[in-house]
Design a protein around this ligand. Structure first.
Ligand SMILES: [Fe+2]
Ligand SMILES: [Fe+2]
Length: 265
């Protein structure tokens, strides 16, 4: 099975990149299934029901989330209950939604997807991602050996630790959240593909998606500044992972990075 994973899809620019490029990229890489992180799709923070539907329409089969999964105020979050909409599984009980799913392809093959969030430099009150992910992976392995984990975390050490923790049990651990694609993609000794961060699909000339002015002001003045999403430059960031259908072990992991110009859009 060939899986395309798309790094944090950011705002208007991220959506336009998908509209422009996703069908071709999926064809070029002969992917069977597509997973994308949608936590920044609404103006850089959060996701709405309509935008969730749009991501699905562009060709994303399973949409994952992160620390911004619930960042849009007064939002109708009923879409969180759909099987292909995930938020980190280690949020406390009482939150809507779930962080684990099995997606069945048209040919019957099944992909298990897990979404979890790190605690280091993030939300320390979350439940332990290591224990929660291991339980989820063991549960999924009763249905399919092909399992992808989107680990939404800040610290590279926490991401690498989780990947090694499930090495041989999951097909891939893909880091998200830092919005900067790392060049450390590899297959761990027992067959789990890993990259510290898949990067961001959104505006290249930005500070992790936002206009630089506001972010610089925040660093200088140390007071609240309302960030605005950048519309400058566009890029696609993601990875393609090939997995052996029988064993669930990764055969390859390849970074995808592309500058995109919008043509007639
Ligand atoms: Fe993000
Ligand atoms: Fe995030």
């Amino acid at each position: 099975m060939k899986i395309l994973f798309i790094g944090d899809i950011f705002g208007n620019v991220g959506r336009r990149v998908l509209a422009e490029r996703l069908p071709d990229l999926a064809r070029e890489h002969a992917v069977d299934v597509c997973v994308g992180n949608g936590e920044n799709v609404s103006g850089g923070r959060g996701m709405t029901k309509n935008l969730f539907r749009k991501l699905r329409k562009y060709g994303i089969d399973v949409v994952t989330g992160g620390n911004h999964s619930f960042s849009v105020d007064d939002n109708d979050y009923s879409f969180m209950n759909e099987p292909v909409s995930l938020r980190p599984l280690n949020y406390p009980e009482g939150n809507l939604g779930h962080g684990i799913t099995v997606f069945t392809l048209e040919d019957g093959r099944r992909l298990g997807v897990v979404n979890a969030m790190g605690r280091m430099f993030m939300h320390e009150a979350l439940e332990c991602p290591f224990r929660k992910v291991l339980n989820a992976v063991n549960e999924l392995r009763e249905q399919t050996p092909i399992i992808l984990i989107d680990f939404h975390a800040e610290a590279s050490s926490e991401k690498a630790a989780l990947a090694h923790y499930v090495d041989g049990l999951a097909s891939a651990v893909i880091g998200t959240h830092t919005h900067v694609q790392t060049a450390d993609e590899r297959i761990l000794p027992k067959g789990t593909a890993f990259i510290t961060d898949a990067g961001m699909t959104g505006p290249e000339h930005s500070i992790i998606g936002m206009k630089p002015e506001g972010v610089i002001k925040k660093y200088l003045l140390q007071t609240y500044v309302r960030y605005e999403p950048s519309e400058d430059g566009a890029m696609f960031n993601g990875v393609v992972i090939e997995v052996d259908d029988g064993s669930g072990k990764a055969l390859s992991i390849k970074r995808v990075y592309e500058r995109v110009s919008f043509g007639s859009l």
